[in-house]
Design a binder for this molecule. Structure first.
Ligand code: FAD
Length: 243
């Protein structure tokens, strides 16, 4: 369960997005003994903020190894010393964080896609039907071919966005494109893997059904894919017409 959070708050309502600031807030360590033993939790010099509380653990479709909860701030007084960066820069900071985070979601989606592909490929060499291995059927090879091509395209988008970021060049649009393409790729690839494996793919004997459930959040987190399409569209129009 999380203990240190970055949140934004409106600090000057008259300044729109320039009136938002970022803050670090903390909640008490649940089990200080365990925290000390495994080295997590926040140090005592980062004061606990009264009124910060986590809600119930969400029962999610996927990503079940990760604990997700609502965060409540009730009459929480956050001292100025907890401000992260300049006053009024919270929105800009969060947008920057999202840019980089989208490359992370693209990479995560790519990993899921590659994992599903590998499981399906291995299975196609194990399972025999009508006296042949699955991999010998042409429709199975077509499916593997589509998956591999899709994954290669996603890999190029993701690596290109990461390369731009590493060189210190603008990468916002490329990161959004990589996140959009790869998160949808992860849905396609995991569902393709299930289909290729037939009934076995639908069971928890193999990890591909879990991968499909995990993939779905990538279309939602770091901004839904509807928002990604809006961002790409705006950028295209701005580049072409300057507005
Ligand atoms: C497992 C999990 C972990 C998360 N972790 C974090 C985290 O660590 N930090 C964090 O800040 N958030 C986190 N989130 C929240 C996540 O970022 C949001 O769920 C996500 O950005 C979508 O926002 P929403 O749920 O409010 O959906 P909504 O904004 O309510 O959207 C609902 C639907 O309406 C559409 N929609 C909304 N606005 C528009 C628009 N302007 N134009 C077109 N369509 C629109 C959306 O695309 C979507 O289809 C997490 C969520 C989950 C499920």
């Amino acid at each position: 369960m999380g203990e240190i959070f970055t949140v934004t708050a409106v600090t000057d309502p008259s300044r729109g997005t320039r009136g938002i600031s970022s803050f670090v807030v903390t909640k008490p360590t649940t089990d200080r003994e365990v925290a000390a033993r495994i080295g997590f939790g926040h140090s005592d010099d980062l004061a606990f903020v009264d009124g910060v509380r986590a809600g119930k653990k969400e029962d999610k479709m996927g990503w079940r190894a990760s604990d997700t909860r609502e965060l409540f701030l009730e009459d929480a007084y956050v001292p100025e010393g907890h401000r992260l960066g300049e006053e009024g820069q919270g929105f800009v900071n969060f947008m920057r964080t999202l840019d980089a985070g989208r490359i992370g979601i693209a990479a995560l989606s790519l990993g899921l896609s590659e994992g599903a592909f590998e499981v399906a490929l291995r299975y196609s060499n194990e399972r025999e039907q009508f006296g042949q291995k699955l991999r010998e059927f042409q429709p199975v090879q077509f499916r593997l071919s589509d998956m591999a091509t899709d994954i290669e395209a996603g890999r190029h988008l993701t690596y290109h966005a990461a390369w731009l970021k590493e060189r210190g060049e603008p990468f916002t649009k490329e990161a959004v494109m990589a996140k959009l393409f790869c998160s949808e790729l992860a849905m396609r690839a995991t569902l393709q893997a299930i289909q290729l494996m037939g009934g076995a793919g639908y069971t928890s004997d193999y990890p591909v059904e879990r991968m499909a459930r995990d993939a779905k959040i990538c279309e939602i987190g770091e901004g839904t894919n509807e928002i990604q399409r809006i961002l790409i569209g705006r950028q295209i129009v701005k580049e072409a017409f300057g507005d």
